[in-house]
Ligand binder design. Sequence first.
Ligand SMILES: [Zn+2]
Length: 326
Amino acid sequence: MNRRTVLKRTGIAAVAAVSPFPALFSGASNLLTTNTGSFRFKVGDLQLWTVTDGHALFKPAQPIFAPDVRPDAINDLLKENFLAEGAVDIAFNVLVLQKDKELILFDTGCGINFGPESGKLPDNLRNAGIHPTDVTAILLTHGHPDHIGGLLDKDGNQVFPKAAVYIAAPEYNFWMKGEPDFSKSKFPDKNATAAWVKLARTNLAAYQDRLHLFNDGDVLFGCIKTRIVPGHTPGHTITEIHSGDEVLLHMGDTAHDHVILLAHPEWGVGFDTDFDQAARARRKVLTELAERRVGVFAFHLPWPGLGHVRRSGAGFEWVERAIATP
Ligand SMILES: [Zn+2]
């Protein structure tokens, strides 16, 4: 009984007032969502959910995606994968993990910062039977606005008033201390990066009394192994969730789409703070995922963000987890 609803964009003007990316979204929406917006599954004995915060359509795809690549090459690849030319539609998938009395979110989605097609996490959590006050911990993969924007509501109040917030020490230092360096990024809009910094400082400061910094290799809650993989941001974190023999690897923002950056990790994306370092890190992590054949969760890959990575030619491809029932 999954009534599917087409959510229509309600106008770019409302978005422009609050979005750090006012000029980047365009085109009609094709967002489909189920009534619940969540998918429940297990890793070993652990209960997990993936909960959608929404999506963002980048049209045109360039210059954010593959900024130095010929448009023909991108369009050929999109076409070959049965996708619309000149556009990339990215998901915002939030992982939720229950361990004993802990209810842990991995990132918080966009909040009010990216317009009406995102910021749906609180409603979709409630639909899954989880009230925001039930959340005891939030593990931030990094400090970009689509990951920390959901910490505060439109009035500046904490959305998760009982939650402790965990973030990698180098990530915290990057945003909060001195002037963040975007000189190795290919992001075209300096006003936008200034807005990211402002948002990170506001949102992290709001949780200062319950903020915990972790370092590379720290294990949180006895089941989450953290690994700092710099490039996308200086403290960008991927995590491994363990239970018994089973593992799920949350790859964070290793890739922002399931075609362009998997097939050509070096084509890169403007969001990366250090474009070249991120490209190398992307190839290295994808190589590891393919060799280990480990289950993967991805924040930006198509809903519900679960699958595997395998080699394909000189690059990789995303193999979505086959789900027989919702
Ligand atoms: Zn992101």
